[in-house]
Design a protein around this ligand. Structure first.
Ligand code: ATP
Ligand code: MG
Length: 568
């Protein structure tokens, strides 16, 4: 691995790395650790893949080994070049680069050769039972399978049939190639697993219509690892039962010192789904605006929302690698994102829900240029900007209450508050329309408090954000919330599916927020903390020079935790 990341220097330890350290110490494989990341190009990568990427590429980087990118593209019905491109882009963006770039579909010839050899050795046969018969005759976990009528075909007959399958002489389902292992094996997968099937008319996105038969996952996967000289094949726990066939195949194919499989826990995140199949449904059925919708747990969605790759890598470190599946709280991910942004991004003032304030004792036409600190939270980082102040301002409606409880330290009639980077103001009048809605506040300011403090030492309890009405830019703000209303979206009554738990307010659009003018000169895609509100990034696709659009990356606090504490 060529690139190193200065933030990723702390040594990591987990059961997989312990095994790798042991491999190196004992010289078990006689070669440097070799891993691979093997996505199927049938969708975009998500957070679960990010965990696997950080693990596979991380091990190669930490132990001086290699990590290949291999597209596991053996299913012609679902795969597409656009997914190959998206996957490469997302891995690079995460900060990783691969050693070899391979496609399982380039191994079709090699795999076919191996299939012929297995047939010749009597280790595989062509079965002509129907799918249904194969299933029934395989037995159950408590009863052994029974041999079908084709199990004892001669190698010559099998070879002839296999060649004719390959030549496209038979329709889909007429025959399959099976390994001849043990129909009473306690591991059901070992009861003569299917190796190749006919897909005579399928169009493969890379191989076109050249191939009439296709390898199944178990047949292609371990052998692809062996062909590439992988040492440890890291996969998620649901493949545990495939380990026996993995070992059987690499041995039967004659590989010396073959790779071995290690399983680790899948990442499952609360309030979202990490399955390409389900994410594809969200996209295809229009519940989100594409794979890179900022609400999606995809790498592309998180990137568009404004999450930095550093945060995703830090999260992968935080959750670690375990042997048992466990759901991870989304709050833990959001916490990592806040931590990552907190020290990195400048602060600006933006009013999401504007309410006009007129400073009645401030001269009309006058403008004060105040100094705003960009990094008030991080003293070594400097930088200030001009923040214009004038007679008419916008403040947030949520920062005003006409009849507030005692502990409300923001604007209310007769109370004094500090405006961030500016003066103390006191609300003197509340202007309402005919329906009694508050339309405007009249306030006075104290010119002596320009520094943010009163010369007489009097204190104010609250500081609120604001923007000058005449200088503010209109912007659209998109507030994203959890995509689903419950931690496990799949936990639904009979007859319903995960879509019934979609959160109807996962996107709230504020069409007319008011932001300070300093952001106008920043490149699109800049990130900020809107003081007192949250972290935001200017939307890379939809912002225009006339109107900026901002995505909320994450709120400042976990509002759901607050609500549950209040018992709402
Ligand atoms: P999905 O169910 O989302 O389609 P998959 O396993 O079928 O996932 P692949 O593209 O085949 O997706 O996976 C590529 C690699 O990423 C595999 O090694 C797989 O184990 C790993 N991976 C996929 N999902 C997760 C997850 N949630 N947590 C950890 N690793 C994952
Ligand atoms: Mg898969």
């Amino acid at each position: 691995m060529s690139d190193t990341n200065p933030n990723d220097t702390a040594p990591r330890r987990d059961f997989i790395r312990e095994l790798v350290i042991d491999d190196i110490a004992t010289g078990r494989f006689g070669r440097a650790p070799a891993t691979r990341f093997p996505p199927e190009p049938n969708g975009f990568l998500h957070m679960g893949h990010a965990k696997s990427i950080c693990l596979n590429f991380g091990i190669a980087r930490e132990f001086g080994g290699t990590c290949n990118l291999r597209f596991d593209d053996t299913n012609p019905l679902t795969e597409d070049m656009k997914y190959v491109e998206a996957i490469k882009r997302d891995i690079r963006w995460l900060g990783f680069d691969w050693d070899g770039e391979y496609f399982a579909s380039d191994y079709f010839e090699k795999l076919y050769e191996i299939a012929e050899r297995l047939v010749e050795q009597g280790k595989a046969y062509v079965d002509s039972q129907s799918e249904e018969e194969i299933r029934t005759n395989r037995g159950t976990v408590t009863t052994p399978g029974i041999p079908g009528p084709y199990r004892d075909r001669s190698p010559e007959e099998n070879l002839d049939l296999l060649r004719r399958m390959k030549a496209g002489e038979f329709a889909d389902g007429a025959h399959v190639l099976r390994a001849k292992i043990d129909l009473a094996h306690p591991n059901m997968i070992m009861r003569d697993p299917l190796l190749m099937r006919i897909r005579r008319d399928a169009h493969h996105y890379r191989r076109g219509t050249e191939w009439k038969i296709y390898p199944l996952y178990d047949f292609a996967h371990g052998l692809s690892d062996a062909i590439e000289g992988i040492t440890r094949s890291l996969c998620t726990l649901e493949f545990k039962d495939s380990r026996d066939i993995y070992d059987w195949l690499v041995e039967a194919a004659g590989y010396n010192n073959p790779p071995t499989q290690i399983e680790f826990a899948r990442l499952e995140l609360d309030y979202t789904v990490l399955s390409k199949r389900k994410l594809l449904r969200l996209v295809n059925e229009g519940h989100v605006n594409g794979w890179d919708d900022p609400r999606m747990p995809t790498i592309a969605g998180l990137r568009r929302r404004g999450v930095r790759p550093e945060a995703i890598r830090a999260f992968a470190d935080t959750i670690g690698v375990a042997r048992k599946d466990a759901r991870v709280e989304i709050a833990s991910f959001e916490h990592t994102v806040r931590n990552d942004l907190n020290m990195e991004v400048p602060r600006v003032l933006c009013v999401l829900n504007p309410l006009k304030v007129v400073i009645t004792n401030y001269p009309e036409g006058q403008v004060d240029m105040l100094e705003g600190q960009n990094y008030p939270h991080d003293v070594p980082k400097t930088g200030t900007r001009e923040v214009p102040f004038s007679r008419e301002l916008w403040v947030d409606r949520d920062d005003f209450m006409e009849d507030p409880p005692k502990k409300f330290y923001r604007l209310s009639p007769g109370r004094e508050v500090r405006l961030r980077f500016a003066y103390f103001i006191t609300c003197t009048d509340v202007i309402k329309d005919a329906d009694g809605n508050v339309t405007e506040l009249h306030c006075t300011y104290d010119p002596e408090t320009r520094s943010g403090n009163a010369p007489d030492g009097r204190k104010v309890q609250g500081t609120i954000h604001w923007v000058s009405a005449q200088h503010a830019l209109d912007c659209e703000v998109r507030l994203y919330d959890r995509l689903f209303t419950q931690p496990d979206p799949d936990d639904v009554p009979e007859g319903e599916d995960f879509l019934s738990t979609l959160n109807p307010t996962s996107l709230v659009v504020i069409p007319n927020a008011k932001i300070e003018p300093s952001v106008a000169s920043d490149p699109i895609g800049s990130r900020y903390q809107f003081e007192r509100t949250g972290y935001f990034m200017s939307e890379p696709e939809d912002s225009t020079p006339e109107k900026l659009v901002f995505n909320r990356i994450v709120s400042l606090r976990d509002s759901w935790a607050k609500e549950s504490k209040k018992g709402i």
